[in-house]
Design a protein around this ligand. Structure first.
Ligand SMILES: [Zn+2]
Length: 202
């Protein structure tokens, strides 16, 4: 994902600005125009990135597996309550922002349009299950970096997104083998992995 943090910060700043400006003033109108320009820029950048990623994936693989993230549910859960915000809230809302940012439903649609076979699998435990031995443990993820995966049972180490992607692909192919013949080719894509590969891990 292209780095959009600066554009988004600008967009948020501009969103707040009109409240400090006189109603129906020339300056306020100018701020509104500026804001819509920044928003358009963000949308275009995202769309270009989707085009780029979907073109590459469709060219490299006949089948792409993605996990079905519950985007709405995740966004809700991060809000928490004012009384008990918890330490995970900031981190979680960061992750949510990345997921929402990538607009991966739009990406999936574009992939399907480009003739890739897209298989959506349940996201449950894909990131904490060891692809080598199948051990499922929260401690498999390094809590500090989140990018490192090390299995507490067998010692298998990998980039967390790669390990998860292999689980997603295996899950997709398991399901596909039962349904049809589409199981001999495959690549795995993880929406989070796209986002985290180019931006800092939230
Ligand atoms: Zn293992």
């Amino acid at each position: 994902m292209p780095d959009m943090a600066r554009l988004e910060a600008r967009s948020r700043r501009l969103q707040r600005k009109p409240s400090r400006q006189r109603k129906a003033s020339w300056r306020r109108e100018r701020t509104k125009r500026h804001l819509s320009r920044v928003r358009r820029k963000i949308a275009n950048r995202r769309k270009n990135w989707h085009r780029h990623v979907s073109r590459r994936l469709a060219a490299e693989a006949g089948t792409v597996a993605v996990e079905g993230l519950n985007v709405k549910g995740m966004t809700r859960s991060a809000k928490g309550t004012a009384e008990a915000p918890g330490t995970m809230v900031a981190q979680k809302s960061g992750t949510n922002r990345v997921i929402l940012d990538t607009g991966w439903t739009a990406l999936k649609r574009m992939l399907e349009y480009k003739a890739a076979n897209v298989i959506v699998v349940p996201a449950r435990n894909t990131s904490r299950t060891c692809h080598e031995c199948g051990a499922k443990d929260e401690r498999n993820r390094d809590p500090r970096t989140r990018a490192n995966f090390r299995c507490v049972a067998c010692g298998h180490a990998a980039h967390a997104d790669i390990n998860a992607a292999k689980n997603i692909l295996a899950r997709a192919l398991d399901g596909a083998a039962g349904r049809d013949e589409a199981s001999e080719t495959g690549a795995s894509a993880r929406p989070e992995a796209f986002a985290l590969a180019t931006s800092a891990d939230p």
